[in-house]
Design a protein around this ligand. Structure first.
Ligand SMILES: CC(C)(COP(=O)(O)OP(=O)(O)OC[C@H]1O[C@@H](n2cnc3c(N)ncnc32)[C@H](O)[C@@H]1OP(=O)(O)O)[C@@H](O)C(=O)NCCC(=O)NCCS
Length: 181
């Protein structure tokens, strides 16, 4: 996946095996996982598997989440972007999900919005993506605010019925960003 998106402060690129150490720092933080089923990672091997899985999605689905890095230092600060959901969730299948996760030390500085906005625009304008969906825990107010700031519309709260066992039956909000006419 030859992706290179620049914003004033960030570079968005494909996720690489070299991101594992910084990604593990992010994903072993209980605060980061508070609204993600509360299961922070404990073994860096799990991160290696996630990175390999995402890279396989680039090949199989032509898309997957991208790494967000600081332009000045090259530091990995999180990931953002699209994932093709091949499992049914909320009666949707094969749809494009939009998501993001950033390491805690980088929160509250507008990075998540900057990365997500540039990625969304790239997806819509360059990759021709049309209808885009997002889900988040009902209590994840930061994530919900971010989605609304990006133009997503809240549709409903439903009992999660997707593939992730941690969320099964939990209340999740469903957002949509339909094709811009
Ligand atoms: C959600 C997350 C990506 C936000 O990252 P961030 O870099 O702090 O976000 P930004 O600084 O770009 O802020 C975007 C907007 O959300 C708001 N926001 C961020 N965190 C918030 C919080 N905890 N409560 C309320 N609003 C919040 C900001 O104020 C801003 O809105 P504004 O411009 O109206 O003030 C980050 O908290 C995170 O990675 N959380 C853990 C993973 C996660 O929950 N991912 C989403 C799963 S669906």
């Amino acid at each position: 996946m030859n992706i290179h998106i620049e914003t004033p402060r960030l570079i968005i690129r494909e996720l690489l095996p070299e991101d594992a150490t910084e990604m593990f720092e992010m994903d072993s933080d209980p605060e980061v996982h508070k609204y993600l089923g509360n299961k922070p990672l404990t073994d860096i091997e799990e991160v290696h598997k996630v990175i390999a899985f995402v890279r396989q999605q680039y090949t199989d689905n032509g898309i997957g989440r991208w790494a967000v890095t600081l332009k000045d230092t090259g530091e990995f600060i999180g990931w953002t972007g699209f994932k093709r959901f091949t499992e049914t969730v909320n009666n949707h299948i094969n749809h494009l999900d939009f998501g993001y996760r950033h390491a805690r030390k980088f929160w509250g500085q507008g990075y998540a919005y900057e990365a997500a906005k540039a990625s969304l625009d790239y997806g819509i304008d360059t990759l021709n993506f049309k209808d885009i969906y997002a889900m988040t825990d009902v209590d994840n107010l930061g994530s919900r605010r971010l989605l609304e700031k990006l133009g997503f519309e809240y549709k409903k709260t439903f009992a999660y019925d997707g593939p992730s066992a941690e969320f099964n039956g939990l209340p999740v909000t469903w957002y949509e960003l339909m094709e811009r006419k």
